[in-house]
Write a protein that binds this ligand. Structure first.
Ligand SMILES: [Zn+2]
Length: 287
């Protein structure tokens, strides 16, 4: 109990100090001035602070950030609802709900209302990447029966998926096309078909150093290891599921200090152009 209250206090204090730092325009300017070639890491930008809670999702112990409207943020850009996970004291199997494969690598989807041509082009390009590089197929549906991804546009600076793997029924990929390109959409489809962030591999400490002292408490979970995950192959710095070394001022206290480095201290940019050898191997092992 003490732990939760302390966390609350820390989060409230940090939130009150960083309201202006979370402004989208400021983040965007900063990213551009630091590195013109950098791409934006996918993130769900919370409008408010929330509690961190311990939960079980897909059979794993995770930390979730409770954000607005009864939503729970896992790993920076995976937005869950309450019945997607369990908490440790509950006798429930809800924590393993979801995470399924899409039969025959066929993903069913449809657009939400209000999706711009810009985002439609990015979605189409991202589908083509998964089709051409990993033999996925995509079926656009009308109606709302069966399992499908609702492709949605937001204007909050966010890019997120509401599930790791096929959830059952509707799941959402939501993107603000002002900040994210087709490669970011490829990344979100990665979550929707079952991939987690590369930096969460249980063996990642053999490859990278996470600079926790520079990461704001709300965002540490996206850098935490998934100790129960089965890694495939070796750590892949080219994975489309790996965040870049540097993070925005919403995530880190000091943007000149990397959130992650290689063991030798060197840094990398996020790769959002193609599915890497490791990404393909992971999918081929899963499907
Ligand atoms: Zn992600």
């Amino acid at each position: 109990m003490k732990k939760i209250n302390f966390r609350k206090m820390v989060l409230l204090a940090i939130f009150s100090m960083t309201v202006f730092a979370c402004d989208k325009n400021e983040v965007q300017e900063e990213d551009i001035s630091e590195n013109v070639n950098s791409v934006t890491d996918e993130i769900y930008n919370t409008k408010s602070s929330g509690n961190l809670i311990d939960a079980i999702y897909l059979g794993r112990n995770v930390t979730l950030l409770e954000v607005e409207n009864g939503k729970y943020l896992y790993d920076g850009d995976v937005l869950l609802e309450r019945n997607d996970f369990s908490i440790p004291v509950e006798e429930s199997n809800r924590g393993v709900y979801g995470g399924g494969n899409w039969p025959n690598r066929n993903v069913r989807w449809k657009y939400a209302s209000g999706v711009s041509q810009d985002l439609k082009n990015k979605w189409t390009s991202a589908m083509n990447t998964w089709s051409s590089q990993l033999n996925f197929s995509f079926t656009q549906i009308s109606g709302s029966s069966g399992d499908y991804i609702l492709v949605q546009q937001n204007s909050s600076g966010s890019a997120y998926s509401t599930s790791i793997g096929r959830k059952g029924g509707q799941q959402i990929i939501s993107v603000d096309p002002r900040y994210y390109g087709s490669g970011n959409v490829v990344h979100e489809i990665g979550h929707a078909v079952g991939l987690i962030h590369e930096q969460k591999r249980p063996d990642r400490d053999n490859y990278i150093i996470v600079n926790y002292s520079n990461i704001r408490p709300n965002w540490t979970s996206q850098y935490d290891k998934c100790s129960s995950c089965t890694p495939n192959g070796t750590f892949d710095y080219s994975s489309i599921m790996l965040y870049g070394s540097r993070a925005s001022s919403s995530v880190v206290y000091n943007t000149s200090i990397p959130a992650m480095t290689r063991k030798d201290g060197s840094i990398w940019n996020a790769q959002r152009s193609y599915l890497s050898t490791g990404d393909k191997a992971a999918i081929n092992a899963k499907y």
